[in-house]
Design a protein around this ligand. Structure first.
Ligand code: NAP
Length: 282
């Protein structure tokens, strides 16, 4: 039986619509500052998308496009200034930063109340103990998708491919908090195919085109493809061999139109949360 396609684009529009309605009730518009250092074309595309999302949600947004030669000190000064601004609820520093800049120090400098990407160790700690203020955007978006399609991870065998701080680890934590039994695979995992093929819910966040073949998908599994790769023809694709996996899966996310739009929608949701916090509405 063919898999049901999980429509991330439609769900993201629904989430953003809810955010827009809630934001309209606040005394002050939520404000997001987006900081882009250098001229990485992919980062520019992401930043433009985030600005569009802010407009759609009725947010105030500011963009800081800084030259690649920006020093660590200048960047930290900007973050400190934004931390002190009353009209800015969320600060997003677009990653990766150009060589020579210390990403870790910059992310640590963002006030945890304005850390709408949920990268600050304070927020990661709260997430770990199951009491998060913000949802990590990409894994949080995946959880929203599961909820929308009435897929409950409780008691399910969940396998996450990838263990990055941005995707794999927080994804595993969210599935664990939702009572899944979670296995995390990475580049040193032997026989990953056998583990993957035991999964009721398989999440791939590696960044390798063609990694997940049909033999790694259990009959009836839910397959979530987080990756955003370019194939040889320059076309956007995920880790999963979509056509063959869709023949075995019960649900599957496409690339594009799956997890990507949900990540952006969750950023808007987190900015709304921050704005409510700053306006004493939570
Ligand atoms: P990352 O930091 O490069 O992490 C990749 C992970 O995959 C690492 O944990 C690595 O293991 C593991 N890995 C590498 N080769 C492997 C293999 N052959 N078998 C098993 N595991 C392997 O990447 P990321 O930031 O997590 O992103 C992963 C993918 O998701 C990328 O395609 C990225 O573009 C995409 N992404 C999408 C969104 C979205 O909104 N849809 C958001 C963020 C990222 P080690 O730890 O052992 O090195």
């Amino acid at each position: 039986m063919a898999a049901t396609i999980i429509d991330g684009k439609a769900l993201a529009a629904k989430v953003k619509d809810g955010v827009r309605q809630e934001a309209a009730q606040l005394p002050r518009k939520p404000g997001l500052a987006v900081v882009l250092v250098g001229d990485d074309p992919a980062s520019r595309v992401y930043v433009n998308g985030k600005k569009r999302d802010c407009q759609e949600c009725g947010f105030y947004s500011e963009e800081y496009a800084l030259p690649a030669q920006t020093t660590q000190r200048q960047l930290l000064e900007l973050v400190a200034e934004l931390n002190g601004r009353q009209d800015i609820d969320g600060i997003l520093v677009q990653l990766p930063l150009p060589r020579g800049l210390d990403e870790r120090e910059v992310l640590l400098a963002i006030h945890p109340d304005k850390d709408v990407d949920c990268f600050h160790p304070f927020n990661v700690g709260r997430l770990t103990i199951g009491d998060p203020v913000f949802q990590p955007c990409t894994p949080g978006g995946v959880m929203e998708m599961l909820k929308e399609y009435h897929i409950d991870p409780a008691g399910k065998r969940c396998v996450v491919l990838g263990r990055s701080n941005i995707v794999g680890k927080p994804m595993a934590l969210l599935l664990l908090h939702a009572h899944g039994t979670v296995t995390v695979c990475h580049s040193k995992t032997p026989d990953m195919a056998a583990l993957a093929s035991s999964a009721d819910i398989l999440v791939s966040a590696v960044g390798k085109t063609g990694l997940v073949t049909a033999n790694m998908v259990k009959e009836g599994a839910v397959v979530i493809d987080v990756a955003m790769n370019r194939n040889e023809a320059g076309k956007l694709c995920g880790d999963v061999c979509y056509a063959e996996a869709a023949e075995k899966a019960s649900y599957i996310t496409p690339v594009p139109g799956g997890v990507g739009p949900m990540t952006r929608a969750m950023l808007m949701k987190n900015t709304l949360t921050a704005a409510k916090l700053h306006q004493g509405m939570d």
